[in-house]
Design a protein around this ligand. Sequence first.
Ligand code: FES
Length: 189
Amino acid sequence: MMQLSDATKARPLTLSAATLERFDREVAKYPPEQKVSAVMACLAIVQQEQGWVSTEAEDAVAAYLGMPPIAVHEVTTFYNMYNQQPVGRFKLNVCTNLPCALRDGEQALQHVCRRLGVEPYGTTADGVFTVQPSECLGACADAPVMLVNDRQMLSFMTNERLDELLEFLMAQPIPTGGRPRATADEGQT
Ligand code: FES
């Protein structure tokens, strides 16, 4: 069987003291024997600091919480809000689950993709937008529904409203210092 050379193995992620301090605060909210309950909060911290959750980060969280890495991976892959790869500054999740699909959810996704020139799950070349289909966002009566940066829910997204949203987001100034990347508080419209 082919073995990965040491050079090609993923490097373990070393969590900073500041990150560990934040983890400690989350773990302290639970009885010691239930510290794994902090897994979602720890993953959210990693994503907030790094923009996404890499396999190495999952392993580091697993080691910190004393969990099997696969159990952490199951959490990361179950919830839409965790990015398993780098995403743009604005992550647009368009619901295509059945109730939304019956009210143009798929069409809304295609419209956004067409406007931005990306395929579903794609990121624009300038790193500003990532577009993804989404499972039910729990607001089916408002279909078609979408979520911006995991925080801002938007309802009744007709093509006109989608165009307005994209124009609004495109007009947002790029934060000073480095590559534009999604943060928890951006995308508030
Ligand atoms: S199916 Fe889209 S919000 Fe429920």
